[in-house]
Ligand binder design. Structure first.
Ligand code: TRP
Length: 448
């Protein structure tokens, strides 16, 4: 029997907490900016709807149906003679590698709360110097805040499903949504809001490249936390009241809303202060602090709130990234939760330590081929392990598991016959084709 269960709302909040992460606020706006806006957003939304939701529903179904950690979940459902499909459950290892650098970025965010409280940079040049100084010059500060970040994540996961994970999400998710909403409503009062809306929603297909399409598809998987058995693991702690269809729609709805609201808000502010949205990865850490400075007193408050919101977004995701490993060690390897948490947190911390060092001047030898260790781990988790996990899940449910059992189970979860057929088609054909394409592309042409 499981130790701990989510309440119905707790499961949705925690899974939305997993989905809403650095991807939504940090990555989505800048890749939308880099790839021309509207047309990119359209491809992203279509992928979320037709591939993302079906895969998310698949993860929730597998977890809820089996009530087991990932490897045992696959093993349990696989028809006899095909039990080697249990290896698909090892997709949780993708979450393990993802966390090594995700926690480094949360460390930066901790530092930015401190920075914006006491020394908000006054210009782009200063903001850039501060950020580059941290990432390429200040190993000690990064090591310290990275440790704090891992410590927070481990403490919550050690607290268990109800007292740790559900509790922190019930606090952080509403707080995060509130902060984004307040800033969004403030942005509504700016003249440049209209410009932000047309940038994000007027599709100009001449600006969309094949590469942009693949980035949009890849991000749709990443933002929903698909393919690393994270939501599957959470779902294994969900009860009978949890319904697959409505939960998937809620989680996706919250995730998409936060990405769009945050994007609109940030573009409005940036246009207003004469900045170009195409600023790449420095958008959150360089452009935004400078924008907040120009906003005056309100900006000072917003700057801190903004980084608190990002920190909450990152932490609630990081927690769900650690849980699959812990659930596996605890349930399948019979290691105590405490040992599983601290053991895996220590290893993740250590790998993250080398990843952050690899970006610091003088440590260039920590590289894999042309890439720094940091970028290599990002590529491995987001562009190889994540798609592989999504692919095996789709192939397993679409081609290996008995279709009628699936249909019978999902009937009790809000799926009508038509919805089931659409879902099954997406899982059997659309998802494998979409995923194989982005995987081959990133293997041959580099990270998306
Ligand atoms: N969805 C998270 C974000 O947008 C990132 C993420 C990808 C993730 N895969 C995951 C989080 C697996 C938790 C588990 O930032």
């Amino acid at each position: 029997m499981k130790k701990g269960h989510f309440s119905k709302a707790g499961f949705i909040l925690a899974s939305a907490g997993s989905a809403v992460g650095l991807g939504n606020i940090w990555k989505f706006p800048y890749i939308a900016g880099d790839n021309g806006g509207g047309a990119f957003v359209l491809v992203y939304l279509l992928t979320v709807a037709f591939v993302g939701i079906p895969l998310l529903a698949a993860e929730i179904a597998l977890g809820n149906m089996t009530q087991r950690e990932p490897v045992s979940a696959f093993e349990h459902v696989a028809p006899s003679g095909k039990k080697q499909w249990r290896f698909a459950g090892f997709s949780f290892l993708g979450s393990f590698t993802l966390l090594t650098f995700y926690s480094v970025v949360i460390g930066w965010l901790y530092y930015y709360i401190y920075l914006t409280l006491f020394h908000l940079p006054t210009s782009i040049a200063e903001a850039e110097a501060a950020f580059m100084g941290l990432v390429t010059g200040d190993a000690i500060t990064q090591i310290f805040f990275h440790a704090l970040a891992m410590l927070t994540v481990a403490l919550v996961v050690a607290g268990g499903i109800q007292k740790g994970i559900e509790r922190i999400n019930t606090f952080m998710m509403p707080a995060l949504i509130l902060i984004i909403l307040v800033m969004f409503f403030y942005a509504l009062s700016f003249d440049t809001f209209g410009k932000a809306v047309s940038f994000m929603f007027d599709p100009d297909f001449s600006k969309l490249t094949a590469y942009g399409v693949l980035v949009a598809v890849g991000h749709a998987f990443f933002t929903l936390s698909i393919g690393m058995a994270a939501i599957m693991t959470y779902a294994s702690f969900s009860g009978k009241q949890t319904k697959v269809l409505s939960s998937s729609l809620w989680i996706t709805g919250i995730d998409t809303a936060i990405a769009l609201l945050a994007g609109l808000m940030m573009f409005t502010f940036m246009y207003n202060f004469g900045m170009d949205p195409q600023k790449g990865a420095g958008l959150v850490f360089i452009s935004m602090p400078a924008v907040f400075y120009q906003m005056g007193a309100v900006g000072n408050v917003f700057a801190v709130l903004f980084f608190v919101a990002l920190t909450f977004a990152g932490l609630t995701s990081a927690i769900s990234i650690l849980e699959p490993t812990v659930a596996h060690l605890e349930e399948r390897r019979k290691i105590s939760r405490t040992k599983a948490v601290w053991g895996s947190a220590a290893i993740i911390y250590l790998i993250g330590f080398f990843a952050l060092l690899s970006q610091v001047k003088g440590f260039g030898f920590l590289s894999v081929g042309e890439k720094s260790l940091f970028d290599a781990i990002d590529l491995l988790s987001s562009s190889i392990m994540l798609p592989l996990g999504g692919l095996t899940l789709a192939l397993f449910l679409g081609w290996v598991v008995d279709r009628h059992n699936l249909e019978r189970f999902l009937e009790g979860h809000g799926f009508t016959k038509v919805i089931f057929n659409v879902w099954f088609f997406a899982i059997r054909f659309v998802a494998p084709v979409a995923i194989t394409t982005i995987m081959l592309y990133s293997l041959f042409f580099g990270s998306l």
